[in-house]
Design a protein around this ligand. Structure first.
Ligand code: NAD
Length: 312
């Protein structure tokens, strides 16, 4: 059977959207990439710039477009949004990005005819919830990158302290992509060996609080130095895009609207989930410890309160 050509649409051509497009292009993941932005010229410029390197990437159609061009996408990636201005509260910023997400959803749904929707715009759990509700799409079809980036940072900080290859270090963070997320220490192992045993055998005194503190603050640390974060999220988004396009059913700590997951309902939050061509195709009921369960429920409660304060 002939395989249908694959297509990814990216909405928002800023630092994140353009880096995601570049990352996907260098991986030769799809036949077509469409970049859409209210600033049509910016989207066109980004598509042109990436296209000029196609000689190293194989044949691919990378172009800018309008919302009508999302038709037949296997995946639509939302990166439209504004960054935080000095002195602005988290709530002010969220209100602005909620308004942008509403505009994006309205335009997108005029032409949507299938495909998963992956949200990157922040606050990612709020925007994921909003887009899922306002699009009327099935819960898992819209998912957010959530704590996948945080989990990558978590493993990175563990690998530097444990002096071991990051690929041998497993574990994830869950909850909100923000302050109330938590490290799922029960999930951490080094090449199959429990973290505490590994540290004892190797004579490593690991400060776990420091690892999670670095993980949660690392986005802000990068922003303080260069103004945006774009490369790590682009690499993560490309990995998730590959999982969707190839229908891999890989498990990632992505954000999706939960229904009776450890008693949590009606918030989008990150828990280990199977990702495939329909987005989140199932949440894994992970064996959280009692303490982790408490932290997850607390994070969900905080997110619900945040949604309430935004009138969502
Ligand atoms: P940016 O300002 O560089 O780009 C945002 C783009 O969105 C701009 O090109 C702008 O024209 C466009 N835009 C604004 N309103 C739009 C609309 N209504 N329709 C279409 N396009 C619109 O910002 P950035 O650095 O690319 O960041 C984008 C978003 O990604 C932010 O919300 C940021 O916080 C978020 N982000 C999330 C993660 C994560 O882990 N989830 C990581 C990094 C950044």
């Amino acid at each position: 059977m002939e395989r249908k050509p694959t297509k990814i649409s990216i909405i928002g051509a800023g630092a994140v959207g353009s880096s995601v497009a570049f990352s996907i292009a260098t991986q030769r993941l799809v036949a077509e990439i469409v970049i859409i932005d209210v600033n049509a010229e910016k989207a066109e410029g980004e598509a042109m710039d990436i296209s000029h390197g196609i000689i190293t990437m194989g044949s691919m159609n990378i172009h800018s477009g309008s919302y009508a061009d999302v038709v037949d996408s296997d995946l639509i990636i939302i990166t439209a949004g504004v960054g935080r201005k000095p002195g602005e509260t988290r709530l002010d910023l969220a209100a602005k990005n909620v308004a942008i997400a509403r505009d994006v959803t309205k335009n997108l749904m005029k032409y949507y005819n299938g495909g998963a929707v992956m949200v990157i715009s922040n606050p990612v759990d709020v925007i994921t919830y909003l887009i899922q509700k306002e699009s009327g799409l099935p819960a898992g079809r819209v998912f957010g990158t959530g704590t996948v980036l945080d989990s990558a940072r978590f493993r990175y900080f563990l690998s530097t302290r444990l002096d071991a290859d990051i690929r041998n270090i497993h574990g994830f963070t869950a909850g909100e992509h923000g302050e109330s997320q938590f490290a799922v220490w029960s999930s951490v192992h080094v090449s199959g060996m429990r973290l505490d045993s590994f540290c004892a055998k190797r004579g490593i005194a690991l400060d776990k609080d420091e690892v999670i503190k670095d993980t949660v603050s690392s986005g802000a640390q990068v922003i303080k130095r260069k103004g945006v974060t774009n490369y790590a999220i682009a690499a993560i988004a490309a990995e998730l895009a590959s999982t969707v396009v190839k229908n891999k059913h890989s498990i990632f700590s992505v954000s999706s609207v939960l229904h009776d997951y450890y008693g949590i309902n009606d918030v989008a939050i990150s828990v280990p989930s199977f990702v495939g061509d329909e987005g989140v195709v199932g949440n894994l009921v992970y064996d959280f410890t009692a303490e982790e369960t408490e932290k997850l429920r607390n994070s969900a409660k905080q997110l619900r309160a945040f949604l309430d304060s935004l009138g969502i």
